[in-house]
Structure formats: C-alpha cells, structure tokens
Design a protein around this ligand. Structure first.
Ligand code: ADP
Length: 898
C-alpha cells in the first residue's frame, strides 16, 4: 500500500508543475506589467461605462462582483449628475461619492481575500499532514513491495527456499492478491488526495485573481483620483500631497503583498516536487513566514485604507462646502440678472408680494446658492411653478451689498453716443462684480442696438406716469447686456403721442428737455411701483438730473424714500436749462423750485436741471479730480457757486475703462490680437488698416496718428485740423474717425476729407463706427486728444491700452491720466505720453514734434514707452471702489438718521 501511495505522489509531482506554470507569472516585472495593463483596461472600460451607461450595464454582467459594483456606481453617478446638477462643473462631488463607494467595495474585497486566504491555509495544512502520512505509508509500501518482488525471484531460482520457508512466514498467493487490492485502494485514495491538492491550487488561483482585482481596484482609484483632482475645487496643495502619498503607499503595500502571494504560490507549487520531509518542512516554514508577512501587509493596507477613508471624508466635506459657495458665485452674472428681472416682473405683475420680492432680491444680491438651485431646476417648468419654486426657498437674510439703480440716457453698446455710455456699463459692471445688485433704466430708443440685448421682452404690465397733467402708459421692456456681464436693464417705452424716443436719434431734438423730463419721471414711477428697497439711485447728466428733485419733492412723501441720490455730471457744458414753466411738465412745482437756492439758473433766470441735481442730490460727482477743480471756477459754466456751496458732497472720480471690452489680446474687432509682450500683432493691424483705407504701405515704420472723437468745439476741432496737416508735414499718416452734431463743423471736415481723398497718407472717416474705432486704436502709433476742456476723456486711456501713445492737452481728466514723457518733475514711471498746455497750434506742434522725434530716432525707447502704456491699469476697479465708498457712506448716514 505504501509503495502505491509513493508512486501516486510521484505521479502528482509530475502533473503539478504544469498546472502552476500556467498560472504563475514568470517574473515580478512581467506580473506588474500584466497588472498595469489589466488595470488600464479596466479603467478605460469604467470611463466608457460612465459615458455610456447602457453599454456598461450589459458589460458588467460578464464581470465579477467587484466589477459589477463599480459599474453600477458609474451608472448611478451619471444619473445623479443629470438629476441633481445638470451641470458638468459639479462633477467633482460625484466623483468623490464614487470614490467612497469604491473604497467600500475595496474593503469588502479585502475581507473576501482574507477569508479565501484562511481557507487556503487550512487546505494547505491538511494537505501537508496527509502528505506526511502518505510518505510514511509509501515507505512501508516500498519496503513491502521490494520484499514481495524478491520472494518469487528466490523461489524461481530454488535458492533459499528452505531458508525462506523457515525464516519468513509463507505468503500465499491469495495474500498477495489481497495486498494488491489494498494497494489499489491506496492508489485510489492518493488520487482523491491529488484532486484535493489540485482544488487547493484552484483556490490559490482564485485568491490570486482576487488579489489582481484588488490591485486593479486600487489602480482604478488612482485614475479616478487623477480625474477628481482635475475636476475638484482645488483643495489645499498640502492636502493633495498627503493624499497622494497615501495612494502611493497603498500601491507599494499592495505590490509587496502581491509579490508575497506569488512567492507563496510558487513555493506551494514547488512542494509537489519535494519528496523528503525536510524540504516540505522548510517550505512550510517559508510559507508561514510569507503568510505572516502577507498578513501584516494586509493589515497595513487596511489601516492605510481606513486613514485614506478619513482623509477622503474630510475632503468631501470641505469640497461640498466649497462647491456650494463656488457654484453659487460662479454662476454667470447674466443668470443673476435674469433672476432679478424675473422677480421684478412678478412683483409688477402682482404675482408675488413686496416682502417676497425683497427677500428674493436680497438672495440675488448675496448670490444665494438655494436661489441658484431653484433657478436651475426651473427648466421646462410653467410660470406658476417657477414662481412657487422661488417662493419655497425665500428665507430671511441680510446683505452688505447695495441695490444700485442707474438712470441714464446712454449705455454701451446698446445706446452709445460718447463716454457716458461707456461709464454706465463699465461702472455698472464693476459694481456688480463687487457684489452689488445693479440695474440700469434707459429709454427704449427706436435706434438702439437691440441685438446687444439678450432676452429683450416686454413685461405684461403697464406703468403709468405723469406728464403735463395726464397719466400716460409706459411699456416696460427688460433684457440683459451680455457684453457687460449681463447687466439687467429696463427700457421704458412711453405710450405718448409725441413718440419721445422714436426719433431715429438719441439727442438733438427740439423737445429734448421734455423727452428726458418725461423719461426721468417714468423711471422713478417704475421704481416706485415695483416697490424696490433701493439704496442708491444714480442719475447722470442733465437728461436724468430731473430725478433728484422729483425724488425728494414728489416721491419721498409717498414713503418711497429708502434710496440716496447720486448725481454725476459728465460734462458741465450741458446743463438742461429751460424756461421755468417747462419744469412743470414732469410734475415738479415750479413755484417751489424756481428759487436761487434750488433750481433757478445762476445767470440766465431760467430753470437749470443740473443745478437742481446739485442741490437735491445726496452725492454729486464729476468724472476726474482735475475737472472737479476746474468746474469750481470757470469750467463750471455758471454753476461754480452752486458747486462751492455744496462742495462737501461734491467729488471728482476719474473714470475707468472696461478692460474686457478694450483688450487688444482678445478684441474680436482686430485683424490680429496682441499684447505688450508681443507687438507683432499691432504692426499687422497697422498694415491691414493701411490696406483697407488705401493708405501707403511703402514704409512700414511710417508713424500712424489716430483720432477718434465727437467733432465738437470742446474737442479742439481747430487743433485736430492742425494735427492733420502737421502729421503730413512730419511725414506721418493720419486717420480720423468722428462725426459732428454741429452742421458747420461737419461741413468743414467733409471739406478736409475731400481735400485728402486721394492722398495716400491722410484719411478722414466722418461717421460713428465702433468696430472701426477698435481697429484704429490698435493700428495707430500715436493718438491725438487736443481738447479745449475734457471732463475725463476715455480715448486717451483706450489708446494707451492698445499701445498708441497719447498726445493730449493738459486739461481735466487728460491731466489726470497722461503725464509728459519729458517732464522731469513727474516720476519717471508715470510718464506715458506727450502733453501741451496752451490750446494753440504751436503748443500742439511742439508736442507732436517731440513724439515724432522719439518715434523716428529712438525706436527702442519708443517701444518701451508703448509697452509701459499697455500695462497701465485703467480698469474700473479703483474708481468703482471710490463710488462704492461714497455710496456706502451716504447709506450709512441715512440709516443713522433714520
Ligand atoms: N466716431 C466714433 N466712432 C466710434 N466710436 C467713437 C466715435 N467717436 C467717439 N467714440 C467713442 O466714444 C467714446 C468717447 O468718450 P470720451 O473720450 O469720454 O468723449 P465724449 O464722451 O466727450 O464723447 C470712446 O469710447 C470713443 O471710442
């Protein structure tokens, strides 16, 4: 029996290596490569699953349990994403949830692995014991077999027969047969044992498979983390470092564990070759050591996973918190504007109460994330449902942001005549960016650029306003101006027979006084009826100066008095003077107001609306500090005494420019975009403009002088004319873009344009063309602003942003923004252009000659000047802060008084 058992073990030893050769990796490197490949494949399949949920579900069926769990997670994540967020920006949240689920799955898998490993160990122990027994039996059997073999041989030779007969018990044939039967049984038994051995091998194989999957899970986690890292809201770099360190540790640990398992399996395989007990014992010992090591590695792995889990939870918490903040604040401002307009519309249409409207407005101001969610979830809902949805989330709250309403006659790019339009949009956008709720009210001009307004729609409401003893209906339109971060705008369309804003032009009508008196009244009526709790009503120039006296004389008494009035005069040349009785048209009490200390003009005995605004406003501003000084004397055009009297509330704040609209590196109007570091594009724009305007291109470095302006006396038209001739004399090229509301000036310039029609160095374009203006700023080397007076002036700032060096007269805002390159009394870093003081041709010529000189003779210095100019910060940031400051002080004073 022992001999047969031994033979069976030998047979098993031959079969076993084949089995192991098939499943064991030939080397750790190859094994690692195989793992990586399978890992990548799985990662790819998972990603595909997230994108194609159906496909992944069907694929998942053919995979094992771990696979299934992960694929289901992907599918549900995808669904959740669509349901909860509808927005790819929030994917990071879902990936983290995903990761947590995967960690949990991985932990389950580790438990399974442990169980399988324990089972395998039990099997191995059992097998080893049985092996020992078997070996013992084999030895006995071998001895007996050799004895059995020896006996017939001896009998056949006739030798020792007596000896055998005498010394050994005589074995009958039947006994041998019986012995053989027993041996057969033993062989059968050994075969069963061998089957068990092979089953053990299989279970180790399964174990290894589980481990491979575990490894793949970890790789998957790593790849998910890489994705998550890209999408998540940038938690602190230190957090990520710690996190990655953990992942790397886990990877290493798993790799070590993998090697141990492989070694153990290999050793187990080899033991089939071992015949003596010593070897088996040493194998067993090594197996125990490996097993122990593997156990401790798995423990470490589990601890690391737990730690990793903790870090993840914290990360998730923080990310959720940040994601809420971020997602609310990151919603484009045009969407907030739309919400704001919705609320106002509902209130005017009496679909929500005043209190609810105010609460919602407060939430808009605070960029409340609940409101954002409510708005985003409204897609496809009916109006009533949307209102309900919004009302559900009304919560009490406070905000430090202000509700600011600008009432103006212009706004870029919808209704632009000059700088006023740029200021309304630029300042509005900057204030909105600072967290204030900003709205604009404009007349609905027939000639305005409707295509610049998004979602332009008429509200289902009619606002009535007073005019000349009657009430007139007004249609109220709403829309947002995307070019300026979605500023919300109201457009008032009077239903008045005089068709005030259906004149195919903005200004210049015989009844301008009445047109804008009507508009100012209707704008206040709109605010009053929408029951807004406004902090600041900001009116601009004489066209909306009526608002100040109207507010305090007519509306404050009605309880509409929460706001403080800010009036900005962009140009004291235009004051809205008229016969006193004209003031009555908008409901103002002429008797009350036609007084020296109120609205009577200081010199002509007429009524003066700018003076009224100075008297009645809480804050009065103008558009540069130098101009604020100038208007306190001659520049005030008769209002200097009023300004002096009200000097405590009067301040000059330099305008900014909208640096998104005026940005050579992104400007869509340019042929080639460029920046201060790369001026090639500027040269390309110059070449293209020359070609377009049929100007000479023979000398690429021939300087090009630009001028973009309203052609009015204020702008120094005689000096502009002189600059044209002077440029020709200096060997440069000149491009003028401008038009004039003054007929004789327009005619004069038409004559000059004709004169130079065939000249290949001078071109006059007598029109308004916004797109062309961008191109000229970019193409020109120098820019002329020879104004007689200039409240602020934007063109010199825009020119510098586009690398065109300004040549300006030292007045008003030009004096606050351009500093002479040769003036040694000015710090060098501030010197950015060429200035002249006297408003005459000689002074202008001097400044031009100096500029040409630098350009022609010192190209390196010129280039540095161009680059310096392009880098100056003319954004609204600082000016808007100054406005914010004076608004807040006025509001604080009002609250204190209340
Ligand atoms: N003919 C024109 N075509 C296009 N834009 C013009 C034209 N004339 C003036 N502008 C633009 O109008 C604005 C002028 O602002 P500013 O310098 O403050 O002068 P003002 O407001 O006195 O007209 C600038 O944005 C300038 O580019």
């Amino acid at each position: 029996m022992a001999c047969l058992a031994a033979a069976a073990v030998v047979a098993g030893a031959e079969a076993a290596p084949l089995l192991f050769r098939r499943r064991l990796a030939p080397s750790p490197v190859a094994a690692r490569r195989r793992l990586l490949v399978s890992c990548r494949a799985r990662s790819r399949s998972l990603r595909t699953a997230a994108e194609l949920p159906r496909k992944s579900t069907s694929n998942a069926k053919s995979h094992n349990r771990v696979n299934m769990q992960r694929d289901e997670t992907s599918v549900s994540t995808d669904k959740e994403r669509q349901e909860k967020y509808g927005d790819e920006n929030d994917i990071s949240n879902l990936q983290l949830e995903d990761l947590i689920r995967m960690i949990q799955n991985t932990e389950k898998n580790i438990m399974l692995l442990n169980q399988a490993r324990l089972q395998a160990l039990e099997h191995v122990e059992k097998i080893l014991k049985e092996k020992e027994d078997l070996q013992r039996k084999i030895k006995i059997l071998e001895t007996r077999l050799s004895e059995t073999d020896a006996r017939p041989k001896l009998s056949a030779e006739g030798q020792f027969s007596t000896e055998i007969n005498d010394s050994l018990p005589v074995l009958e044939l039947d006994d041998i047969k019986e012995e053989n039967m027993l041996l057969k049984d033993d062989i059968q038994f050994l075969k069963t044992m061998l089957i068990e051995v092979s089953e053990t091998e299989n279970s180790i194989f399964t174990l290894e498979k589980e481990r491979t999957l575990l490894d793949a899970s970890l790789r998957e986690l790593e790849s998910r983390f890489i994705d998550a890292q890209a999408d998540m809201l940038k938690p602190g770099p230190r957090q990520y470092d710690a996190w990655w360190e953990k992942v790397e540790n886990l990877g290493d640990l798993l790799e070590t564990a993998t090697n141990k398992v492989e070694n153990a399996a290999m050793v187990l395989g080899r033991n089939h070759d071992l015949e003596d007990k010593e070897k088996i014992e040493s194998v067993e010992e090594r197996f125990q050591v490996c097993n122990h090591e593997m156990h401790s590695q798995i423990e470490l792995y589990e601890n690391s996973i737990a730690e990793f889990h903790d870090i993840l939870s914290k990360l998730v918490e923080e990310t959720e918190k940040r994601s809420l903040e971020h997602s609310a604040s990151s919603m484009p401002s045009e969407l907030w504007s739309r919400i704001s307009l919705l609320i106002d519309g509902w209130l005017l249409e009496k679909r929500i109460s005043y209190n609810d409207a105010n609460t919602l407005r407060e939430m808009v101001r605070k960029r409340d994330s609940c409101l954002r969610e409510a708005y985003l979830s409204c897609r496809g809902m009916k109006d009533r449902e949307i209102v309900d949805n919004f009302l559900k989330i009304t919560l009490p709250g406070t905000s430090s942001g202000l509700h600011i309403v600008h009432i103006a006659a212009e706004m870029a790019p919808v209704a632009k005549v000059g700088g006023l339009a740029d200021v309304i949009s630029g300042l509005g956008k900057a204030l909105q960016k600072k967290g204030h709720l900003v709205e604009i009210i404009l007349p609905k001009y027939d000639c305005m650029q409707n295509d610049q307004v998004s979602n332009l729609k008429v509200l289902d409401v009619v606002v009535q306003s007073y005019f000349e003893g009657n009430l007139f209906n007004n249609k109220i339109w709403t829309g947002t101006v995307e070019a300026y971060a979605g500023l919300p705008v109201y457009f008032i369309e009077p239903q008045h027979p005089a068709k005030f804003f259906w004149r195919a032009q903005y200004y210049g009508e015989h009844d301008d006084f009445k047109r804008f008196a009507y508009f100012s009244r209707a704008a206040l009526e709109l605010l009053y009826q929408s029951q807004k709790k406004i902090d600041i009503i900001h009116c601009h120039d004489w066209q909306t100066a009526f608002v100040a006296p109207l507010y305090w004389e007519a509306y404050a008494n009605l309880g509409f008095n929460s706001a403080r009035i800010c009036f900005t005069c962009h140009n004291f040349e235009y004051q809205g003077a008229a016969p006193a009785q004209d003031l009555a048209c908008c409901g103002l009490d002429v008797e009350q107001l036609d007084r020296e200390d109120r609205m009577r003009d200081n010199s002509h005995g007429r009524i003066n609306v700018v003076k009224g605004a100075i008297v009645y406003s809480n804050i009065v501003t103008t558009v540069s500090p130098t101009y604020a000084l100038e208007v306190r004397s001659e520049g005030g055009r008769g209002l200097q005494d009023s300004l002096k009297l009200h000097s405590r509330k009067f301040v000059g704040i330099l305008n900014g420019i909208d640096t998104d609209t005026w940005n050579p590196s992104t400007d869509r109007h340019l042929k080639v975009q460029y920046n201060a570091n790369d001026l090639q594009g500027k040269a390309a724009n110059k070449a293209a403009l020359r070609k377009q305007l049929n100007l000479s291109s023979t000398n690429a470095s021939q300087p090009l002088v630009g001028c973009i302006t309203r052609l009015v006396p204020q702008k120094g038209v005689h000096l502009i004319r002189h600059a044209i001739y002077k440029t020709a004399e200096l060997g440069g090229q000149f491009v003028l873009l401008g038009s004039s509301p003054v007929p004789h000036i327009q005619r004069e310039f038409e004559g000059i344009a004709d004169h130079f029609q065939n000249n290949n160095n001078i071109r006059l374009l007598l029109k308004y063309d916004d797109s062309l203006s961008h191109w000229i700023y970019a193409a020109s080397d120098m820019f002329i602003v020879p104004s007689m007076f200039e409240p602020c002036g934007l063109t010199q700032m825009i020119a510098m942003r586009y690398g065109s060096v300004p040549i300006v007269r030292k007045t008003g805002g030009l004096n606050d923004s351009v500093f002479d390159f040769d003036d040694e009394t000015i710090p060098k870093e501030l010197r950015n252009g060429f200035t002249f003081v006297h408003p005459d041709e000689k002074a202008l010529s001097g400044a031009m000659e100096r500029a040409f000189n630098y350009y022609n003779r010192k190209p390196e210095i010129w280039k540095q000047l161009v680059q310096k100019d392009m880098r100056i910060d003319f954004s609204w940031a600082s000016s808007a802060s100054q406005y914010e400051d004076i608004y807040q002080r006025a509001v604080a004073r009002a609250r204190a008084a209340a």
